[in-house]
Design a protein around this ligand. Sequence first.
Ligand code: IPD
Ligand code: CA
Ligand code: CA
Ligand code: CA
Length: 274
Amino acid sequence: MARSALLNVMTQAATKAGRSLTRDFGEVQNLQVSMKGPADYVSAADRKAEEIVFQELSRARPEWGFLMEERGAVEGRDPEHRWIVDPLDGTTNFLHGIPQFAVSIALERAGEIVAGVVFNPATDEMYTAERGGGAFSNDRRLRVAARSTLTEALIGCGAPFLGHGDHARFLYEVRNVMGGSSGIRRFGAASLDLVAVAAGRFDGFWERGLKPWDCAAGSIIVREAGGIVTDFAGGKFDHIPGDIACGNELIHKALLAELKRADDAIRMTQTSAA
Ligand code: IPD
Ligand code: CA
Ligand code: CA
Ligand code: CA
C-alpha cells in the first residue's frame, strides 16, 4: 500500500531516529545518562534521536512548529501545524538493555491530532495512521481485538514510579482490573502499549498522567484501528492531564467501570479515615 506524502515524511524521520537508537542500544556506558527528576532519565541516545527527527521534519516542512520531550516547544511560522515528538519512548527500558522502546511522532493540525507514527526499531514494526485513512503496521491493516468481556481480556497499563503519580490509587486500579480480567501487563513504553491495542494484542490499556508526546501518535493509531480512546470518565481524551483509557467499545466500557470502582473504593477509605 502506498503511503501519503505526509506519512512518508514521518516514517522516514522515525526510521532514521530508530537507526540511531539501534546503534546506541547496549552502549549505556557511552550515553551520558542524567536525571531530569526522580527516576526520570535522559541520555545522549534520546537527544541524538530527537535531533534527527527535528532536522528531518524541519527540512520537509520548514514552517511547522514542534513540541518535543527533550527540547520542549519550538514555534513555527505556521500556527496551524505542530509536530509532537517523543524521540525515545521507553528510556528506562532502553538504558536497562530491554528492547521495548519506540520513536513516536504525531502531527497536530488546528489543535487536533491528524496523523501518527510509532516505530519499534527492535522489531522493525512501523505503525501509522492518518485521520480517516485507517491504521497500519508496515502494510498490514490494523483492527482492535474483538473480545467482548473483560474476563477474557489482556489489559496493558502504565504504573507510577518513584516520585511520580498516585501510587495508592494505582494499587486499587490494579487490584480491580487484575481481579476482573485475564491478566495485566506493564511493558514500559506507552506508545507501544497503545499500538498493541490497535494491533489487537492488548484488549485495553490505561495510564494516568501521560504527556502529549507519549500518546499523541498512539491514540490516533488506536482510533483508526476502531478503538475508543477517552479519559477515565469516558469524556474526550485530553493531553492534559493525560489520563487515557482505551479498547474496543465493550472492553473500554468494562475497563472504565473497574477504574470507577477503584475510584469509589479509594474515596471510601479517604472518607472513613477523615
Ligand atoms: C515513559 C514511558 C512509560 C510511561 C511513562 C513515560 P519516556 O516515557 O512511556 O511507559 O509509563 O509515564 O514517561 O520517559 O520513556 O519517554
Ligand atoms: Ca522521558
Ligand atoms: Ca515517553
Ligand atoms: Ca522519551
